[in-house]
Structures are given as structure tokens and as C-alpha cells.
Write a protein that binds this ligand. Structure first.
Ligand code: ATP
Length: 514
């Protein structure tokens, strides 16, 4: 069995080989933590974005979308707190000269302790079988209790240090936990410093400080500054939401793990405006709705979990992440935040314009509270890719690599394969392509043996292959081959549209969300 590291490496090289993801500017040796989506990647990414958009906007009468610009007035980022507080605590190892996020070093150390607890639980589960009670075991087993106490103590000390902005103690925690640099293996650490993550550039011909503008580090602020425009022009009544997808930029210090942490990435965010006092109800509503949406992708329910935030951001009164079991462990996929009235109030204050809503039901003006859902499209892509990728040993001893992407997300839905390049088979195949291409992404392939062509389609996740042979010319039937089962069946050409449509339609997935 290959280990997770090897599988992750295979996924990365598979992405490149089949046109999903390329390193940016590769011919110049690449640009760190920046990636390009290739011909297959762009389709999968678009399908994921469409599914999110439809689930959020089309399925909710009270949610509408916008597309705000990446550049915004620089005061936006003063008001939002990003100029003063969008920092990561960083620490350098003096021997390897490598830079790390101090919070990540500590969190990974705690995750290791939690891993030990899980091992004890798994061992006991095996030993006790049916009669095993996890709760009782965790509250009585000495080793579990000891490790749990250790993890809790570190986290609580870390939380206090962050709240007090006590960077010296953050460093001391790293030293006390005896955390070593994974490269040099040494504990020779520098001080912890804060580092602002926003990229800046200048607008216009003159480079002066006053012309500095930022590349947005999140899409949310484009929604806040347009709150009244949308509310008034759309005659929206609270509660209502505004959704947006688009690029965001962060000068990440430690940009590793492929498309998990990039410097340029895409977010899909929705800000839901609610009456003050009802935010916790909506926060819970969106937690449920969003995890249900992720699970509907069919990547295994056990691979998702919630993680409550230890330290709340300056704007939040409740926050959690939906974590996914990536090849490198459970990590944040989506954030759900109850942002209070922080952003709208700050924009009121900095702009001098009122950003209030008159609620006819209670006859009152107020600044709405906001519950946000924010998912990274690239991380979502990685979550799907990493679980869909399978290496399967076949009976004949060969290995089949398939991407078991849900059919409705697959980059190409149908491959049309004339058995031979002659005898009128390609022409007949083109007729079938012309029948299906208006509704579905199709590809035409007449090179190599049919077996090789099937494998190529498996590798990009195409759910259906349709083979046209001599019999097709006689009785208008074709062989349709299913990716997941590799089963082949003979069907009439006139049935094709229905067979394909049933499997690739978004409808079933959207209906499952209700
Ligand atoms: P992290 O703790 O991993 O840095 P974050 O808490 O800063 O993430 P948010 O500000 O909540 O992230 O952003 C919302 C979502 O945007 C995240 O859940 C993630 O999916 C995505 N995201 C954030 N930063 C990046 C990045 N550098 N590359 C890719 N996706 C990102």
C-alpha cells in the first residue's frame, strides 16, 4: 500500500499529465504557490463553481449574486481592519533559514498529540470489539487523559497569548513544546514577528503613498460596500444574502501543499444579512446547509468535520471551519463566521454614509448582522481530486487509474470513440457527437486501441464512453461503457441522450440539498 505522501505526489503528477493543473510560468521554473488550471482543470473548476452558485443563488429566493472588482478604494481595507490586523505570526529557524507560521507549528504539534489519542482509541476498539464504549474509555484511560490534558493546556495557553498579542509567549510555547524545524531538526528559533498578508500596487502614473491600492485579500468586502445598492435595487428584505465568486490574493508566508495554500486563489463567499439577535440561528442554519452541500459531492461523509475557532477574528462572535481529510490530514476547507455588524458599521464610520436597513416588521432602522460562508474553490477542487483519484489493481494484473468524480462535475461527460478510422465509422461517430454536444461536454478520440482510449478517459474522469462499430451502421446501436463499473452495454442511439442526462444532471444533486 502506498503511503499518503506518495499518493499525494501521484495526484500532483497526474494533475499535470492530464491537463488539470500546471505550475505557473513553468518554463521560467515556476512562480511559488501560483498555479494555472489546464484544459481539464478549468472544466472541473467551472462545474464546482456552477454547482455552488446554483445551490446558493438559484435555490434560494432570497440570495442574489454580484461580481465586484478586485481593486477597491484603499480605505475599504482600513475599515475592514486588514491594514492593521491581517497578519500572520511568523518565526524563522536559524539553521535551516526556513520560515514558518508560529500558529501552524503549534497547531500541528497539538494534532500530533491528538493523533496519539486516536491511536489508543483505535487499539481499544479492536481489543474490545462490540462492547467498546468510546466515551467511557476516553474519560478513564490514563494515557488518553494525560495526552488530552497536555493538548488542552497548550491550546489554552496559545489562545491567551494570541488574545494578548503576546508574541514572546507564542515563541516560548514553541520552545517549551520542544518543537523542532522539520528541515534542520533544530530548536534554534528567532523571535516571532507579525507579517501583513496583503499585496499592494499603485494606481495611476505617479508612485506615491497615496496611490497605493491593495489586491483584495477576500471577496467579502466587495459585498459589504455594495450592501445598500443591492438591497435597494433588488428590493431585498432581511434576511437575504449576496453571493460572489472571484479571485483573492494573500502573500502567504508558508505556501506549500500544492493548491491548498496559494498566493492567488478563488473564493466563493456568501454574506447573509440578518436582524440583530437572530444571528446564531442563521449561523447554525448555514453550518448545516454547507456541510450537507459538501457531503453531496460524494467524497465520503467521514471526511468532513467541524472545527470551532479557538481565537475569534476581530469581527466575529462565532466561527467554525468545515475541515476535510486531505492527503495531509484534516485541514480547513470552508469558514463559517458570524461577523456581527462589524463590517457594515466600520464602513459607515469610514465613509460617513449610512448602511442601514428599515425593517417594516418591527418598524426599526438597524445595521444588519452578517453570517458569512466562505469556501476556497481551489481547496474544494483539491478535496474532490484527492478522494476521486484511485489506483485500482485489475484482474489481469494491470493498474487502472481512474478519477471517480461525480458525473455531474466531470470535465468531459461523454467520449465518442469510432472503433476504426475507416468504413464510415468516424462519420457515424460525428453524427452522434452532433447529437450530444449541444447538451454535454463531449470529446472525440480515434487514436490507439479501444482499451487505451478507455484508460485515457478513466484518467480524466469521463463517466461514459460510446463506441461506434460496424453493427452501429446496420442497426443504430452503440456500446456504452460506464467508468465506475467498466460494464459495457449495447443501447440504441436514440436512448443515449436520456442515459447520459440522467447521470450527469445537476438536478439530482441540487434536490438532495432540500
Ligand atoms: P488558513 O487558516 O488556512 O490560512 P483562513 O482561515 O485564513 O485559512 P479564510 O480567511 O477563512 O481562510 O478564507 C476562507 C476560505 O478561503 C478558506 O476556508 C480557504 O478555503 C480559502 N483560502 C484562504 N486562504 C487560501 C489560500 N492561501 N489558498 C487557497 N485557498 C485559501
Amino acid at each position: 500500500m502506498a503511503n499518503q505522501d506518495d499518493i499525494f505526489k501521484n495526484i500532483i503528477s497526474h494533475s499535470k499529465e492530464y491537463g488539470f493543473i500546471f505550475q505557473s510560468s513553468e518554463i521560467y521554473d515556476g512562480l511559488s504557490a501560483v498555479y494555472d488550471y489546464g484544459q481539464m482543470g478549468v472544466e472541473l473548476k467551472k462545474n464546482l463553481r456552477d454547482y455552488w452558485w446554483k445551490a446558493m443563488v438559484q435555490m434560494h429566493e432570497n440570495i442574489v449574486g454580484i461580481d465586484a472588482s478586485i481593486f477597491m478604494h484603499p480605505t475599504t481595507w482600513k475599515a475592514s481592519g486588514h491594514v492593521d490586523a491581517f497578519n500572520d505570526p511568523l518565526i524563522d529557524n536559524k539553521d535551516s533559514k526556513k520560515r514558518y507560521r508560529a500558529d501552524v507549528l503549534i497547531e500541528e504539534h497539538v494534532a500530533k498529540i491528538e493523533g496519539k489519542i486516536q491511536k489508543e482509541i483505535d487499539k481499544a476498539k479492536e481489543r474490545f470489539g462490540e462492547s467498546f464504549n468510546e466515551e467511557t474509555f476516553c474519560s478513564t484511560n490514563a494515557r488518553v487523559l494525560e495526552n488530552q490534558a497536555k493538548a488542552d493546556a497548550i491550546l489554552s495557553r496559545f489562545k491567551t497569548a494570541l488574545e494578548n498579542n503576546d508574541l514572546a509567549d507564542v515563541r516560548q510555547i514553541i520552545i517549551d513544546c520542544e518543537i523542532v524545524c522539520p528541515i534542520s531538526g533544530s530548536k534554534n528559533w528567532t523571535e516571532v514577528r507579525q507579517f501583513n498578508l496583503m499585496f499592494s500596487t499603485s494606481m495611476g502614473a505617479v508612485t506615491e503613498d497615496s496611490n497605493i491600492i491593495y489586491l483584495r485579500p477576500e471577496t467579502a468586502q466587495g459585498i459589504f460596500v455594495n450592501f445598500l445598492n443591492v438591497q435597494k435595487s433588488g428590493r431585498m428584505k432581511i434576511p437575504f444574502g449576496i453571493a460572489q465568486t472571484g479571485k483573492a490574493f494573500r502573500n502567504e508566508i508558508v505556501a506549500r501543499q500544492f493548491i491548498f495554500r496559494m498566493r492567488e486563489f478563488e473564493q466563493m463567499e456568501m454574506q447573509f444579512f440578518v436582524r440583530p439577535g437572530t444571528e446564531m440561528e442563521w449561523y447554525n442554519y448555514w453550518k448545516d446547509a454547507r456541510i450537507k452541500w459538501h457531503k453531496s459531492l460524494g467524497m465520503g461523509n467521514e471526511n468532513y468535520r467541524f472545527h470551532d475557532h479557538l481565537k475569534l477574528a476581530h469581527y466575529a462572535n462565532a466561527a467554525c471551519d468545515i475541515e476535510f481529510n486531505f492527503p495531509f490530514g484534516f485541514k480547513e476547507l470552508e469558514g463559517i463566521h458570524s461577523r456581527t455588524d462589524f463590517d457594515l458599521k466600520a464602513h459607515e464610520q469610514f465613509s460617513g454614509k449610512k448602511l442601514q436597513y428599515f425593517d417594516p416588521e418591527i418598524n426599526q432602522n438597524y445595521v444588519p448582522y452578517v453570517v458569512e460562508t466562505s469556501v476556497g474553490l481551489d481547496r474544494l477542487f483539491l478535496s474532490v481530486l484527492s478522494k476521486a483519484y484511485t489506483e485500482e489493481k485489475l484482474e489481469d494484473g494491470t493498474t487502472r487509474i481512474a478519477l471517480n468524480i461525480p458525473a455531474f462535475l466531470a470535465p468531459i461527460k461523454v467520449a465518442i470513440l469510432p472503433l476504426l478510422k475507416k468504413d464510415g465509422l468516424p462519420e457515424k461517430a460525428r453524427e452522434i457527437m452532433d447529437l450530444l454536444k449541444f447538451d454535454h461536454a463531449c470529446t472525440f478520440d480515434e487514436k490507439d486501441t479501444i482499451g487505451k482510449r478507455y484508460r485515457r478517459q478513466d484518467a480524466i474522469g469521463t463517466p461514459f464512453c460510446i463506441t461506434i462499430d460496424h453493427q452501429t451502421l446496420e442497426d443504430n446501436t452503440v456500446t456504452i461503457r460506464h467508468r465506475d463499473t467498466m460494464k459495457q452495454e449495447r443501447v440504441a442511439i436514440e436512448q443515449l441522450q436520456q442515459i447520459v442526462e440522467e447521470k450527469v444532471s445537476l438536478k439530482k444533486a441540487l434536490k438532495s440539498l432540500n
